[in-house]
Ligand binder design. Sequence first.
Ligand code: ADP
Length: 256
Amino acid sequence: MSDHIVLEAKNLKKIYNYHTLNAFEALHSINFQVMDGDFVAIMGPSGSGKSTFINTISTIDVPTEGRVYINGKDVRTMSENDIGRFRYQNLGFIFQDFNLLDTHTMFENIAMPLSLAHVDRQEIAERVQKLAEEMDIAELMNKFPYECSGGQRQRVAICRALINHPHLIMADEPTGNLDSANSAELMNILKNLNESGVTIVMVTHDPLISSYSSRMIYIKDGNIEKDLARGEMSQDEYFQKIVEMNSAESREILHK
Ligand code: ADP
């Protein structure tokens, strides 16, 4: 890990239904930094603000207050068009429900970020083919998502996230719809990517999935409550620590 900051959130606040009687502050002035090469797992109880947090730091949603800097660039100063281009050039997204378009073939789904960035068709074909071969899904390229299994769809979604060689990957419950074998496979892919230098920020409620990260932050009621670095711990020790931390927090909620 280097001392270069890839992502920084400053006083990040999200208020839903702002200016209404139903106003709800889902994030309370969060400060957060992700260093180059980090693999951050975001945990916390349901409704604590994890999705809101990952959406606002990854340009999908706009914070009510505060700033997000990605590679030093203030996202708020960019136009909608600029943000779109910035996303295709810098970020990879992996979602729980894969977010593949059912009316598009697997090839077209993977090619999407390149098509949107107007990359040359020949280059798109070559890059998709190469990545599909690496991920062992070349034979699925002419199929539609509904013709494939969950594990295959997730691999296609990973290819789509990787096709633009992003430096930063955002994943929201990426194993949420996978069985344990496919989850383990996905986590090994993410771990290898991280070891090759890609920075990852991932939401998960599962301590085992979280134990693949190098740092775990625990969000509660819209605040970062805990920030745990794996440091020299083995994956097993780190896993135990994450389990303990989660159960201590759960017990606190139970006894409130
Ligand atoms: P988590 O991902 O940890 O389950 P969320 O970020 O989805 O939590 O939600 C945090 C809080 O914000 C919850 O209380 C939720 O009800 C509220 N919330 C989320 N999205 C909206 C929305 N679009 N409008 C109003 N409230 C929302």
